[in-house]
Design a protein around this ligand. Sequence first.
Ligand SMILES: Nc1ncnc2c1ncn2[C@@H]1O[C@H](COP(=O)(O)OP(=O)(O)OP(=O)(O)O)[C@@H](O)[C@H]1O
Ligand SMILES: [Mg+2]
Length: 244
Amino acid sequence: MLRLEGISAGYGNIQALRDVSLEVARGRMVALVGPNGAGKSTLFKVISGVVPARAGRIFYEGQDLLALDPADRAGLGIAHVPEGRQVFRTMTIAENLEMGAYCVRGRAAKKRAVERAYEIFPALAQRQRQQAGTLSGGQQQMLAIGRALASMPRLLLLDEPSLGLSPIMADEMFEHIGRAHTVAGVTVLLVEQRVAESLESCDWGCVLDFGRITLQGPPQTLLRDERIRATYMGIAAVPQDDAA
Ligand SMILES: Nc1ncnc2c1ncn2[C@@H]1O[C@H](COP(=O)(O)OP(=O)(O)OP(=O)(O)O)[C@@H](O)[C@H]1O
Ligand SMILES: [Mg+2]
């Protein structure tokens, strides 16, 4: 469905992505993990068109994605939920979801798209007339994802959906995302700091470090990998020389 070939990108003299190649099959749920500043958000921005690629190619369902502007990419069913719960704060939940569905053609189809978001996030359905700015952090994140789902995407890019949530809320969020993946039949690329949890809920994992993909494979393999365990899961060997 999505194929990146030798993608490089950056900002001024900062090289954020170096020769990244990645293939995502339709229907997959892929976790993209890596330390702060690794280039994870930049990778999403290059796919959605917010940041231009400096080299390489991206094919989406066979089309040359880099030749299209961001609006046309959205029109092809690519929905990007950036970091930080970006909702229209002065609008209600219902209005936010309707905004998400603006590109869905036909009144009945728009209504179904909004209803599907409520089905995946029942907490939103109970508060349709509540102003988005008054929602809790977790609810705002649900709304941001719900709004993306209301556009009936085929590829959903989720950047750190559990950021700032309590462990319980984060687990709930992963469950919702898993449901969205199955109910909506959408292909998901998920950036996460919660490495173990996100790998467990996905069917493929990629590690990005200093702008390069350093490791990828099925989650079970990555979760057993010594480097992953030491670097991201705090299962490092206790330092021997701890006299200081
Ligand atoms: N708008 C920008 N201008 C300049 N440099 C930027 C900009 N956005 C990101 N960078 C730099 O590009 C590199 C990759 O950043 P990016 O946001 O993609 O990382 P990330 O993996 O998403 O990190 P985090 O886990 O902290 O969200 C970093 O060195 C960052 O400082
Ligand atoms: Mg980021």
